[in-house]
Design a protein around this ligand. Structure first.
Ligand SMILES: [Ca+2]
Ligand SMILES: [Ca+2]
Ligand SMILES: [Ca+2]
Length: 481
């Protein structure tokens, strides 16, 4: 039995329940007594008894015990949402004692549960024994009682559709359903600029997303500025920055557990932004078909995370200065194409268990010193080269690219960094009528126009005009050698 299976079986055996009982001591003060029932298992909640007043913040630890060679752990924790609010979580030392880690959470506050996943990153020895996995802080906001339940490792047992419908339900509960069904027929372009109305439609990106006037399919044009906000993209929008060198989305709290930009709808498109200083730069959890293109995803803990998220296109981005550049976790058929994945401190890309059929090619992997360019779980099978071209690797280290393991091999590593030919607008390695058509459709536009498409601006001067068509035409008919 492989280690992963061992761990999963251990976690599946674990069932923990902590009961929080509210006692009415007087008319004004409400006390909580926590009692605990615990069955044998590897995950447990400590302490087993807690007494809190209303409004009090308290923490519990989720401990792990008696495990062998753990690399990644996922579980679901639930509570009574009419009594407790999730406040924050902190990773414990169990995994981090081994080296660098990534911890992700997805919280469903209205329904009172969250998923937590923690994994080691890079070439480190696995964790054996026991310790604290995470510490989780709640606020008791009303008298009552709550069980804290860790359910068995959910992702192997529950059909993907069940999880997906849970996500949809949460989305409908949090956001006004009436607004979602009243989507307008044709997309509208909205402008975002810190100056706000009346010159511009919105002062913040989140303000635009949340507006009842903005519908699925609409486009946000984000003017050059530094937007300090954690953006939650819960509608199917296209968000285009004026220029990635001048348009920044900066996490409101640096590298704390929130993402700079969370994708929470299908078909989200993000172009020409610098996305920085979050825990995750861009993160998708159970949402598919996003496009992240021509962005700088820099100085986050994890640059781009697909966690149970399929068919995302991550193209032509600069992914650098993160701990982990790109993380694929139980995510399939994602396309990682033409990115510069450089100077990340723990690993360039890490492909974890349950991530298959991903296409990862024409990227430049340039990591410093002993930092691996790419690590892939041997249980996965992914494609690292097409059309006789793989990725550029600044070092040739067995197990870290181009030869990761028998089912993750770049058969055609490039001998020099790859950049698209001028005019290869759609990044398919050819300049042909498709590219010219994309330019022509945006002809005569600039940033504020409905038809603006930054990809059509071949010379990146903020206008699509005859110069761009001429540049593309120069390479017409050429195929990347
Ligand atoms: Ca490149
Ligand atoms: Ca092309
Ligand atoms: Ca131009």
């Amino acid at each position: 039995m492989d280690t992963r299976k061992k761990v999963e079986r251990c976690i599946a055996l674990a069932f923990v329940s902590v009961l929080v009982v509210g006692l009415f001591c007087s008319a004004d003060i409400v006390m909580f007594r926590v009692s605990c029932q615990q069955l044998p298992g590897v995950l447990s909640i400590e302490p087993r008894e807690v007494r809190v007043n209303v409004s009090e913040v308290f923490s519990v630890n989720v401990d792990i015990a008696d495990v062998i060679e753990v690399y990644e752990v996922e579980f679901r924790l639930s509570w009574n949402p009419s009594v407790l609010n999730f406040t924050e979580f902190e990773e414990g030392s169990f995994l981090s004692n081994q080296g660098q880690t990534v911890f992700l959470k997805e919280v469903f506050e209205e329904n009172g549960y969250m998923y937590i996943g923690g994994t080691l990153i890079g070439n480190v020895s696995r964790a054996t024994g026991g310790g604290t996995l995470v510490s989780i802080q709640f606020t008791a906001f009303a008298p009552g009682e709550s069980a804290l339940d860790i359910s068995e490792s959910p992702f192997e047992e529950i059909d993907g559709n069940v999880i997906a419908s849970g996500v949809s339900l949460e989305q409908a509960t949090v956001h006004n359903v009436e607004l979602l069904v009243a989507a307008s027929a044709s997309p509208t372009v909205w402008t975002v600029n810190p100056l706000g109305p009346p010159t511009y439609d919105f002062a913040t990106i989140q303000g635009a997303i949340n507006s009842p006037l903005v519908f699925d399919g609409d486009v946000l044009h984000v003017f050059a500025a530094n937007y300090v906000e954690n953006v939650n993209v819960w509608k199917s929008l296209t968000i285009i920055g004026e220029n990635r060198s001048t348009t920044f989305v900066t996490a409101a709290t640096a590298r704390v557990s929130t993402s700079t930009l969370s994708i929470r709808a299908p078909n989200v498109k993000i172009l020409e932004l610098t996305i920085q200083l979050g825990y995750a730069g861009v993160r998708a959890f159970f949402w598919n078909d996003a496009t992240i293109k021509d962005c700088r995803v820099v100085n986050n803990t994890v640059g781009f995370v697909a966690w149970h998220s399929d068919s995302n296109d991550v193209k032509a981005n600069n992914v650098s200065g993160n701990k982990c550049g790109i993380l694929l976790w139980r995510s399939n058929v994602d396309l990682i194409l033409g990115n510069d994945i450089t100077n990340n401190s723990a690993v360039g890309i890490q492909v974890l268990h349950g991530s298959d059929g991903n296409n990862i090619y024409w990227n430049d992997f340039i990591q410093l010193g002993g930092v691996p360019n790419a690590l892939a779980a041997w249980t996965t099978a992914n494609t690292w080269d097409v059309m006789g071209k793989g990725n550029y690797w600044n070092k040739d280290v067995f197990g870290q690219g181009p030869y990761m393991n028998p089912t993750n091999v770049d058969n055609n590593p490039l001998t020099a960094p790859w950049n698209p030919m001028l005019g290869d607008v759609n990044l398919d390695g050819k300049v042909n009528i498709v590219d010219i058509t994309i330019c022509a459709m945006a002809f005569g536009t600039h940033f504020s126009d409905l038809r603006w498409n930054p990809q059509a601006d071949v010379n990146r001067d903020g206008l699509v005009n005859i110069l761009d068509i001429a540049l593309a035409a120069k390479n017409f008919g050429k195929t990347d050698p």
